[in-house]
Ligand binder design. Structure first.
Ligand code: APR
Ligand code: PHB
Length: 390
């Protein structure tokens, strides 16, 4: 099989790229190792920045997003008994975020690709890549028990952190940066109406907690937990105890309970591979960078990469111009490192660090205070949260 652009991975990055290329008249094939049911139901992030929403709307993907996405105009920070609302409307001249699950974005993208008769192969596992420096790189994959090959003109690694594309770049040529955190997040999806209109990020004596949502009848809550914990370590009773203790720290506010319909533990890591291009292989999204989820930037950075990559490939196919392909890594990395910084900042501000002698907590308090009285500092948080301008 041959195509112009071979894409590995049907996450937001791979699917959006395939959709945008199709709109520019460029043919692509997406290979995804999981089933359609799996990728459409995998619970992931849920916050879209203004710029991501604008791109999805421009790309004709806004029908359900406009109907079901929940527009938010601020977030609450809770520090023990004190709370402070960051008001996006006044601090960012009316920009905001939309709460819409990543799996909903995935469903919309898969529907659009299928409507356009796009080539999207599920249960197609890529095992290796070769000829990355030639004009016709090749992808080797397994599908229906057979070994197949896809030759293409560009090969795009959108296969997440554990994929095969990044390791195809020799280690000696990869410029990588990493930070690990001494905690993880336990996330639960709950069949209960959200207990607040906006997200609540809480720094409590027992650790971080977040109250978020997916719809008027589904809440999404998170708890900081030790990195080695297994999901079996957390009974429902223990989860609810911790959520109540960490979130119910202000008067007259109660967290609604309901059946827990999904739960999982996510490690926290910051990682960037600056080598986002290697010959005809280009990396995008989680394949090239990971952020801890505290800043809600993961899906937005994947979308941001694809904005640059679709423009670069379109320019190459339309005018033969390589300029945007050459600047692709540096164009992406400007926003990636801003997102890395913000995610690290939010993580450092809100979590308990086991090895802290009290110093980190004093810094957190000082920063929270500053956010409460300084509109300059609150504006910086709001501007990053809704997403910096392109
Ligand atoms: N062959 C085919 N597909 C693969 C392979 C492989 N060898 N390895 C991984 N994949 C697929 C995964 O099954 C997954 O569906 O690549 C896809 C990668 O998708 P995502 O992990 O969603 O990555 P990305 O599209 O970059 O989106 C980033 O996802 O993890 C969240 O917080 C993150 O919101 C961010 C978003
Ligand atoms: C979510 O709703 O899943 C969510 C929201 C905000 C975050 C992280 C996750 O910072």
């Amino acid at each position: 099989m041959h195509t112009q652009v071979g894409i590995i991975g049907a996450g937001p990055a791979g699917l959006l790229l395939s959709h945008l290329l199709h709109r520019a008249g460029i043919e692509s094939v997406v290979l995804e190792r999981r089933s359609r049911h799996y990728v459409e139901n995998r619970i992931r992030a849920g916050v879209l920045e203004q710029g991501s929403v604008d791109l999805l709307l421009e790309a004709g993907l806004g029908q359900r997003l406009l109907r079901q996405g929940m527009q938010h105009h601020g977030v609450e920070l809770r520090f023990g008994a004190r709370s402070h609302r960051i008001d996006f409307d006044s601090l960012t001249q009316g920009k905001g975020i939309v709460v819409y699950g990543q799996q909903e974005v995935i469903k919309d993208l898969i529907a659009a690709r299928q409507h356009a008769d796009g080539q999207l192969l599920f249960e197609a596992e890529v095992v290796s890549l070769d000829e990355l420096h030639s004009k016709q790189p090749r992808i080797h994959y397994k599908h229906n028990g057979r070994e197949e090959q896809l030759s293409c003109e560009f090969l795009i690694g959108c296969d997440g952190y554990h994929g095969v594309s990044r390791p195809a770049i020799p280690e000696s040529e990869r410029k990588e940066f990493e930070r690990r955190y001494p905690f993880a997040w336990l996330g639960v999806l709950v069949e209960a109406a959200p207990s607040a209109e906006e997200l609540i990020y809480a720094n409590s004596a027992d650790g971080f907690a977040l109250h978020s949502m997916r719809s008027p009848s589904l809440s999404r809550n998170y708890l900081q937990c030790p990195p080695g914990d297994r999901i079996e370590d957390w009974s429902e009773e223990r989860i609810w105890d911790a959520l109540h203790t960490r979130l119910e720290t202000v008067p007259d506010w109660n967290l609604r309970e309901g059946p827990i319909v999904e739960r999982g533990i996510t490690p926290m890591r910051s990682y960037v591979c600056e080598t986002m291009r290697h010959g005809r292989l280009l990396l995008a999204g989680d394949a090239a960078h990971i952020v801890p989820p505290t800043g809600a930037k993961g899906m937005n950075l994947a979308i941001s990469d694809i904005r640059y990559l679709s423009a670069a490939l379109t320019a190459w196919y339309r005018d033969g111009s390589e300029e945007l392909l050459d600047s692709y890594p540096s164009d992406c990395l400007r926003r990636v490192w801003r997102g890395e910084h913000f995610s690290w900042y939010m993580t450092s501000l809100l979590h308990r660090f086991d090895d802290d002698s009290g110093f980190q907590q004093r810094l957190q308090q000082a920063e929270f205070d500053y956010l409460c009285y300084s509109s300059a500092q609150a504006t910086a948080l709001a501007e990053n949260y809704v997403g910096i301008a392109y």
